[in-house]
Design a protein around this ligand. Structure first.
Ligand SMILES: Nc1nc2c(ncn2[C@@H]2O[C@H](COP(=O)(O)OP(=O)(O)OP(=O)(O)O)[C@@H](O)[C@H]2O)c(=O)[nH]1
Length: 785
């Protein structure tokens, strides 16, 4: 057992059960919290990292190996690029050449057909728009390939009119994509109703940044029809794959192809006119040369698609070359900027304010901003008058943040409000989140953008207890931890209500201290401050000795200034998590998001995942200022072009096109269970929250249970995972999830599992075992490297 843990829990009087959990969770923190410790761990030089996520890597590998072996057996008929048989693919290409003659299709086209032929024979036929199916001969030799005429196949009806389908592919895809678009978008009116849906349906995220000049919130109605669509998609994986492949082919060139289509349509109209004229003249016959031209044009179109799509090797080479040139430029810029920053500029921090409903989050924020002189007298007077008129005078400060009519009438925050202020050493972006449990997805979305947090506690008798036992206090702390927030200020609010009672303050502090520790916050990373949001005491100005004689610590403002700077993974590939979308008639499409890792520059081409579509960054805005580049940790807005806005949703990622984020269909994870209502067994379904995305998942395999105190494997292949227990499990998202391995980008590898509005487990991604659409050329490039 580590000295550190003994020291931490020696004096603990927390119940025995919680203590075990706490022990495991602290180790969870050990692994998560410090990269250097993680490095030590891999060198196996530190004795500190005994426990759940440490020491058992050998066992893990063994388990994982078994897991992979099992998966191999399971996945015989599903696509995995790792399993593509190159030999079979080239045989396939040769046979296709023979079949069609070497002039008819380019080598690249045949390679693509061969590649898809490995996956699903029908795709090869579709790709070449031919009436054949390339398929494996399972009955005779394993490696043989044969072709059958589609008309003889059982799928005859399903596949007829393929050529027509291909012709209308763009329009069809557009419609399919449109159906998908609404997944994450919801009508504001439906918010409350939708949030308490079945656990295997995606929760909706309703996020609108309340600052900035957003002209139109793009969130649209997400109705039950889409949920049904999702379920249908689950049962028909093949269909989903097909849709995605279709989209893959057309996606990033949508605009270009649309233009081509328009031209084609115009040409067709002209041709029809000509035909009519010809008919009138008595000709009426189809001109052979016209037909030939049309066919050639179609083949040309396919070539354009292929050569410029994200799949094309040429495209890939171009992107890599571009990146190499730019990376040096970026690096120089960053270094220069960092040098300047460290001398003269404030450290940027994203601060989320959260806590149980009505704890006083918006009041604290509004009053602090007022004290800092960031709210005009006119606005203050307006809020005073209007809140009095509505019979809610105590909400005058909360209204600085709660600007929507709906929020003001009901007295609750719904959307994430964003504001900025500066302390002596920090440049703070503050995100005010809702406390009501129905709006947890919004809270998560706000917290996902944050580096540090303020947890607001209502100190009134029974209010604190209600928030802690059955409310959102614990829930928020756990979510913050799983979203990489490692420093937290606990603002013990409404102290005016309890007459600044020291005993009440101490009581709250002692309970919360234990809970924070057990949730993975280390001693030096949490602080307590007594405040009153209403009177403004101890927010910016210290509380007077007349009001509170016993407190002589820092104010909330000073404690914020005291936050330690946060390390940013700027050297990792670009990952931007999309938090909001808006469209302006003049400017165009704007994507808001937090850069999780890497650096982005104006005019960069980035890949939207899991769409596999490219878009161009026209402008980067940081707090309405046009900037040339931005780095990990920045909350920014991009003005983009080249991507169909209808396909974008909150929760998607913008990435470096040369090393995109994996779109994962199965992964192995280490989880720590909390208090699930029912035991976690094989087949357990719930929602997985990762960044500001959520997806229904199934736990498909329970690999082992880990001992909470030693971290060693306690039992293999358990039948269930009990409460407050650590385990290794295999998870399958209903569709797919964009995530990373914990060892690569930890910010994108932490997740929470939730069911019926409560967090049932938290975890980290240990290994990605099944990805979607890994390009073969990318694979071979990686291998060469
Ligand atoms: N007496 C007293 N009342 C307070 C204090 N802070 C907030 N309140 C009151 O608590 C009520 C809720 O305050 P809000 O700021 O809206 O609470 P919130 O946490 O932002 O609420 P949600 O975001 O909806 O969860 C309002 O009536 C406030 O006036 C305080 O320090 N003392």
């Amino acid at each position: 057992m580590s000295t550190r843990r003994e020291k931490t829990f020696k004096d603990d009087t927390w119940e025995a059960e919680t203590q075990n959990f706490a022990t495991s969770y602290e180790n969870f923190e050990d692994l998560e919290g410090s990269l250097s410790q993680y490095m030590y761990k891999s060198q196996k030089t530190t004795p500190d990292l005994t426990g759940i996520f440490q020491g058992d890597d050998d066992d893990y590998e063994e388990e994982d190996y078994c897991d992979e072996q099992n998966e191999k057996n399971d996945d015989n008929d599903s696509f995995d690029p790792d399993k593509i048989d190159q030999e079979k693919m080239s045989t396939c290409v040769e046979v296709l050449k023979e079949w069609y003659g070497s002039d008819r299709f380019s080598h690249d086209e045949l390679v693509m057909a061969g590649w898809y032929g490995n996956y699903d024979p029908e795709y090869a036929a579709d790709w070449l728009d031919q009436n054949i199916i390339v398929t494996k001969n399972n009955t005779s030799s394993e490696n043989s390939i044969f072709f059958t005429n589609k008309s003889k196949n059982n799928n005859q009806n399903k596949n007829k009119n393929k050529s027509n389908e291909k012709k209308n592919q763009n329009n069809k895809n557009k419609n399919q994509n449109r159906k998908k678009v609404n997944k994450n978008r919801i009508n504001k009116k439906d918010k409350k109703k939708n949030l308490s849906k079945s656990p295997i349906t995606k929760e909706r995220i309703i996020v609108t940044k309340k600052d900035g000049n957003k002209s139109k919130n793009m969130s649209k109605n997400q109705n039950n029809k889409n949920q049904n669509n999702n379920l249908k998609k689950l049962t028909n994986k093949e269909q989903l794959e097909r849709e995605n492949i279709d989209r893959l082919f057309t996606g990033n060139l949508q605009e270009q192809l649309r233009q081509e289509n328009e031209k084609e349509n115009e040409n067709e109209k002209e041709k029809e006119k000509e035909k009519e004229k010809d008919k009138k003249k008595g000709k009426g016959k189809v001109n052979n040369s016209q037909l030939k031209k049309a066919t050639n044009k179609k083949i040309d179109l396919l070539k354009i698609e292929q050569n410029q799509s994200v799949l094309s090797p040429n495209f890939k080479k171009k992107m890599v070359a571009q990146r190499n040139k730019k990376s040096q430029k970026k690096l120089d810029l960053i270094l220069t900027k960092y040098k300047v920053d460290s001398k003269s500029q404030l450290q940027k921090l994203n601060l989320v304010i959260c806590g149980h409903v009505d704890a006083g989050k918006s009041t604290i924020t509004g009053h602090l901003l007022t004290q800092l002189g960031l709210v005009s007298n006119k606005q203050t007077r307006n809020n005073e008058k209007k809140s009095e008129k509505l019979g809610k005078p105590s909400f005058k400060f909360a209204w600085v943040m709660d600007s929507h009519e709906e929020e003001r009438v009901h007295g609750v925050t719904i959307d994430v409000g964003i504001t900025h202020f500066e302390t002596k050493t920090k440049d703070i972006t503050l995100l005010d989140t809702p406390g009501h449990k129905d709006f947890i997805p919004n809270m998560i979305s706000g917290a996902a953008q944050a580096d540090v947090a303020i947890l607001v506690i209502d100190s009134r008798n029974n209010s604190f207890e209600a928030g802690f036992k059955n409310g959102q206090t614990k829930e928020h702390v756990l979510l913050l931890r799983s979203l990489s927030v490692s420093q937290i200020i606990v603002a013990v609010n409404k102290m005016d209500y309890v007459n600044w009672s020291q005993s009440r303050y101490d009581e709250i502090v002692s309970i919360l201290r234990k809970f924070l520790r057990s949730s993975g916050f280390s001693n030096q990373n949490y602080w307590f401050v007594p405040v009153s949001g209403l009177t403004g005491d101890n927010l910016y100005k210290p509380v007077s000795k007349k009001v509170c004689a016993w407190y002589d610590g820092k104010t909330m403002y000073e404690t914020i200034d005291n936050f330690a700077p946060v390390e940013r993974p700027i050297d990792k590939p670009l990952r931007v998590s999309i938090t909001d979308l808006s469209k302006d008639q003049i400017q165009g499409l704007t994507i808001s998001g937090k850069i999780e890792s890497g650096v982005v520059m104006k005019n960069d081409s980035v890949l939207v995942m899991p769409l596999f579509e490219l878009c161009k960054i026209r402008h980067i805005y940081s707090r309405q200022q046009n900037v040339l580049w931005a780095k990990a940790g920045d909350n920014i807005e991009f003005l983009v072009s080249g991507v169909d806005e209808e396909q974008l949703t909150i929760g998607q990622f913008l990435c470096d096109p040369t090393t995109p984020i994996p779109v994962v269909q199965r992964f192995t994870a280490r989880i720590v269970t909390l208090n699930p209502k029912r035991p976690i067994t094989k087949g357990y379904k719930c929602l997985c929250y990762i960044q500001n995305n959520n997806e229904p998942i199934t736990i498909v395999r329970l690999l082992n249970i880990l001992d909470n105190s030693t971290g060693k494997i306690k039992s293999k292949k358990p039948r269930l995972v009990p409460r407050k227990t650590s385990a290794t499990v295999v998870i399958e998202p209903q569709n797919s999830l964009c995530l990373e391995n914990f060892s690569f980008i930890k910010e994108l590898a932490r997740f929470t599992l939730r069911e019926d509005g409560i967090t049932v487990a938290m975890g980290i991604v240990k290994k990605i075992t099944k990805k979607k659409f890994v390009e073969p050329t990318l694979q071979s490039n990686t291998k060469k490297k």
